[in-house]
Design a protein around this ligand. Structure first.
Ligand code: SAH
Length: 370
């Protein structure tokens, strides 16, 4: 057995075919293996019964199917489910499943921690540790699909994937794009492009690059209707101010007929929830095909922000709607298990007290497995 076996979860279809070519196998063999992995959740090559014995042996020597380890699997009273997944011995990430009557959304992380330092986001307090590799990103979908008993074309539990977990996906471009390719591939998770959404804090050049290689849905974390306030809340705004950001969004939307960009706007009491903010937002949203997703702020320990009261949220929404701007209030889900927007932390290195708890959990899970 070789020490450096490749993790087949890291490959999209083209990559897997190329790897099969390198080991002297035909491309259709790669396709068969991809189906075993993603449709049937099989990790043991011995169970891939339509492959010849020789190939199965070769795969056992050279490769593995290694999803992230499930350290914790929690279910909220509202049905939301959150997995804490170990990516290596020191780090973990979080993945959240949000079931609704007509759909099931999986919220996937792209980095361990985040370096953008948005003031109102709990992930920011953890700092940045590293990019996830493609296998760790697609592995989150894989773990959730297996746990939920997702069956392609029959019992689809995951109908949508949003790259809205920990991290800034456009700062981990190659791996995120590759993982999204597997999400959309019929031999992978077979989701339509519009059902895969990438959310960004607004990296303008990377939005253009994304438009060149992908047609997934785009969501942008706006959170403020003017540069002064946005720079305070989302420091990245200093580099890519609102005008430039909206222009990039308009270019992205123009590539796809009938598509619009979703703008996320987290409502914080007395910070960005005044009527004047709503009116300014209307002005911005008129520039391109847009919808607004209003997110009631989710508190976390140590934050100085508070959630806007329900009447302020309703008034804000009404100003947008009356001006013809489509605006929905995102219902808060999974709060009791810290799974709501902006509450994902996972664990990053040993900077915090929580890291000690986390190490204990890893040790426990290792001793359980042993
Ligand atoms: N970095 C990407 C992906 C994260 S998406 C991005 O910024 O878009 C997570 C969404 O939840 C973002 O819109 C983020 O701004 C929002 N969010 C962060 N902290 C929040 C909080 N405490 N309450 C509500 N929403 C929050």
């Amino acid at each position: 057995m070789s020490e450096t076996r490749v993790n087949l979860l890291d490959f999209d279809r083209a990559g897997l075919r190329a790897w099969f070519a390198r080991i002297g196998e035909k491309p259709f063999r790669a396709d068969q293996v991809m189906k075993w992995i993603h449709h049937h959740h099989v990790t043991d090559f011995a169970q891939m019964t339509d492959l010849g014995r020789g190939l199965r042996g070769k795969l056992q020597d050279l490769a593995e199917v290694k999803p992230p380890a499930v350290l914790l699997d929690r279910q909220s009273s509202d049905g939301t489910r959150k997995w804490l997944l170990g990516t290596d011995s020191r780090n973990a990430i979080e993945t959240v499943y949000i079931p609704e009557p007509a759909r099931g959304t999986l919220c996937v992380s792209s980095q361990v921690g985040c370096g953008l330092n948005c003031r109102f986001c709990s992930t920011a307090t953890q700092g940045f540790n590293r990019n996830l590799d493609a296998g760790e990103i697609i592995g989150q979908v894989w773990v959730a699909a297996r746990a939920l008993g997702n069956v392609l074309h029959q019992r689809r539990r995951i109908t949508n994937v949003v790259m809205m977990g920990m991290g800034e996906p456009l700062l981990n471009f190659e791996n995120v794009v590759r993982a999204m390719d597997v999400m959309r591939d019929d031999l992978g998770f077979g989701l339509a492009s519009k059902r895969v959404t990438l959310s960004t804090a607004g990296l303008v050049p990377m939005i253009d690059r994304l438009g060149e290689v992908s047609d997934v849905s785009l969501a942008v974390s706006l959170h403020a209707p003017n540069d002064e306030l946005r720079t305070e809340l989302v420091p990245l705004n200093r580099k890519y101010p609102i005008d430039q950001l909206l222009a990039a969004c308009a270019r992205y939307a123009a590539r796809k007929p009938r598509s619009s960009i979703t703008f996320e706007y987290t409502l914080m009491d007395g910070v960005n929830d005044h009527a004047e903010h709503a009116r300014q937002l209307v002005g911005l949203m008129r520039r391109l095909p847009a919808k607004v997703n209003l997110i009631p702020f989710n508190p976390f320990p140590g934050t100085r922000y508070r959630r806007s009261p329900p009447d302020a949220i309703a008034a804000f929404q009404q100003i947008l709607m009356q001006a013809g701007v489509m605006a929905l209030v995102r219902r808060t889900r999974g709060e009791d298990i810290d799974a709501a927007c902006g509450q994902l932390k996972g664990q990053v290195l040993d900077r915090t007290r929580r890291a000690a708890e986390f190490r204990k959990r890893i040790e426990e899970s290792v001793s359980h497995a042993a």
